[in-house]
Every structure is written in structure tokens, then in C-alpha cells.
Design a protein around this ligand. Sequence first.
Ligand SMILES: [Zn+2]
Ligand SMILES: [Zn+2]
Length: 274
Amino acid sequence: MTSAPNPYSFPNVITAIIIATVFLTAIIAARYLALSGLAYWLLWGRPNHLGLSGVRLNRDAPSWRLMRHEIRASLVSSPIYAFPAAIVLVLWQNGGSAIYSDVHRHGWVYLAFSAILYLVLQDTYYYWLHRAIHGRLMFRWCHAGHHRSRQPTPFASFSFDAAEAALTAWFMPALAMLIPINVYALLALLMMMTVTAILNHSGWELIPPSWLRGPFGALMIGASHHSLHHTRFQCNYGLYFRVWDRLMGTDHSPAPPVVAPSAEQVPRSAPSRS
Ligand SMILES: [Zn+2]
Ligand SMILES: [Zn+2]
């Protein structure tokens, strides 16, 4: 009598992770291309820009050369983000993560709290990592690729050097192993991350000026705030919130929106700290 194959054997788990990595790489890349492409088409590709009442931040229209670099780097980043996510996906399928699907298991209050907690933790991690990779030791091999986009386009939203992608890709999956999170809240957070990254790199400020001057603009990072990071380098390191930038004296107010200098002024190495 032969025994049934063990689904949790080491070769089976490795195979499942490889398959999940391929599957997630395709989803991440397709989502990136679809949403960034849509944003580019709406904001830069249409002659009348859909009549959107935004402020154009980039002086120059996006060049194909820059967008090719951004897309290439983003497609390289896709499997790097997919791999740790695939590990968590396989563990979740086998009951080995902190992800849950029944909202009532922890209630709606916890769901809202956990979503905000994830954003705050991710913002905190990114702020300090971002400051570190702007240092002379790390900038050239870890972050220069992202800063080739002095006037970023929507395609810069996922355009990272492989090293930077590796340093950031593990964080959300690690949280999902430790802090209970509803699977739909997690998917909503991932979609929100993608959309805000695209908007913040779009070259257009679409948030109404009255919002930017109010509590929303004082707390949240938008396109004009992050565009300032791409032009001045040594300020505005945050991901979602301006809190860490304000606490550490690195926040530069983006109002009024600053028009970026021309693409020819892109530095080849880490700019010195002022
Ligand atoms: Zn940077
Ligand atoms: Zn950026």
C-alpha cells in the first residue's frame, strides 16, 4: 500500500512558490502597465488632457527615452516584488500567515485600525530607508535609477533599481506574517499604493488647491510634494504622510507647485547633502 504524496513536502512548497512568483509577476507587471499607461494617456497623451483642472508640474513632455528606462526598470522590479508576496500567498493558502478573510473575525474597527497601521508602518520604514539610500554609499547602486526621472512620468511609479526593490519588497509581506490583516483590506492597500505612486509621479497635480492648502495637504503627500523630491533630492522623503519629513526638518512645502528643470540637468551621482 503506497502512502499519499505530502502536499507540504519541501519540493512541493518550492514548486508552489515558483508558480506563484510567475503568476504574481504577470499580475504586477500587467497592473503597472495598464494603470500607468492609462494615466499617461489621460494626462499626457490626449491633446486636451480630458479637461482636467490640474497643475502641470513638468516643464517638458515625457520623452520616450525616459519612459523606456522607467518601464524597463519597473518590469525588472516586478518579479522582485512578486517573490516575497508569493511566499506569503503560499503560506496563506496553508494557514501560515496573519491574513484572514472573514471580516467578523476581528471586526470593522480593527479592520480600519490595521489598514491605517500598515500605512503608518510602511511610511515610517520607507522614510528612513529613503534617507539611507540617498547617502553617498548607497545612492549610485540603489536609488539613482529612480532619480533618472528628474521630471517623472506615470511610468516612474514602479521604476526602482533592483537593490531598492529588494529592500522594499519584503516589508508588506513581512507585516502580513505578523499583524492580522483582512485579505480585502490588503488588496485595497496594494491598489491604493499603486494609484498614489502613479499620481505622485504623473507630472500633474490633480488635487484641488483648496485641499492642498487645508489639513489634507498638510498631512498627505501628493504629486507636487513628491515632484519636489525629484528636483531637489534632499527633501520630502515620505511615502504617504508628511509627518516624518516635518519632524525631521526635511519637509519642503510644495505650494505653489514647482515646475521641474529640464531633463538634461539629471545628476549622474548622489547630490551632496546641504
Ligand atoms: Zn529619492
Ligand atoms: Zn519618486
